[in-house]
Design a protein around this ligand. Structure first.
Ligand SMILES: Nc1ncnc2c1ncn2[C@@H]1O[C@H](COP(=O)(O)OP(=O)(O)O)[C@@H](O)[C@H]1O
Ligand SMILES: [Mg+2]
Length: 252
């Protein structure tokens, strides 16, 4: 676990919204192959930190490095090109396309039709999608199904499959299980483990302590824009984490 070179490193990152300090000199690292949970109450700064990493926000202070490249002022598109994929709660999938169409969303594969027209190559996209789903051990009965007909867990799986297909080197998931039923939550957690087996590091934001304790190798707790705890799994339990989350750890 003590790998000296982080794949992602945020150094002293601060982000302000008007007079509000959303991030206050945050140091945060992710090492190769680890699942890092980001915890904290509503408004603690978790999503803001993630958005600074994914290029949605630009921090006012501090720097962010990905594999030693300074990405602090990169655009979201260039950060995705480097292999940092973020799956937000709304997933950003297309409801009326099938699974293949969603894996290739925005990067659609076309083929020649009658030697003239360029049309979507649905068969190619579906078969590529099938392969990546297979790698993740995900079973979706028919890949011709439109997303609108899939369950929450299956959609999450499609979003993860898309990230993996496009060679994600770091996957960030903001509250992936929030809107799911229990069996589907389990499936998403299994997917996170599967990503770790593929040596793809994951940052997972979750309110559900049980999720986090099950999948994360390390837990980082934020409170009011600061990192207040950084614990390996072996040193973390629900009680300790809750104390850090609510700010009562010092009186423990
Ligand atoms: N776009 C924004 N404009 C103004 N304030 C924001 C914006 N995004 C987040 N904030 C504020 O920054 C703080 C951290 O929010 P956020 O990162 O979303 O917390 P979390 O994800 O931990 O719930 C909160 O006080 C929130 O209201
Ligand atoms: Mg949030």
């Amino acid at each position: 676990m003590t790998n000296p070179t982080p794949i992602l490193q945020a150094k002293q990152v601060s982000k302000f919204f008007g007079g509000l300090t959303a991030l206050d000199k945050v140091d945060f690292e992710v090492y190769p192959g680890e699942v890092v949970a980001l915890l904290g109450d509503n408004g603690a700064g978790k999503s803001t930190l993630i958005k600074c990493v994914s290029g949605v926000y630009r921090p006012e202070h501090g720097e962010i490095f990905f594999n030693d490249q300074n990405i602090t002022h990169h655009s979201p598109a260039s950060i995705r090109d480097l292999g940092i994929e973020t799956i937000y709660q709304d997933l950003a999938l297309a409801e009326n396309l099938d699974v293949g169409g969603n894996v290739f969303l925005g990067k659609e594969k076309k083929r020649n039709f009658l030697g003239l027209l360029r049309v979507l190559d649905d068969d190619f996209m579906r078969s590529e999608a099938a392969q990546v789903l297979e790698r993740l051990d995900i079973h979706i009965p028919s890949l011709k199904q439109k997303l609108v007909n899939l369950s929450g867990g299956q959609r999450q799986a499609v979003a993860i499959a898309r990230a993996l297909y496009w060679n994600a080197k770091l996957l960030i998931m903001d509250e992936p299980t929030a809107a799911l039923g229990v069996p589907e939550q389990r499936k998403v957690l299994a997917l996170v483990r599967s990503l770790r087996e593929h040596n793809i590091p994951v940052i997972i934001i979750s309110h559900t302590m049980q999720d986090v304790l099950e999948v994360a190798d390390r837990m980082v707790v934020m409170r009011r824009g600061r990192v207040v705890a950084n614990l390996p799994r072996s040193q973390a339990d629900a009680e300790i984490l809750v104390k850090h989350i609510v700010g009562a750890a010092e009186v423990a």
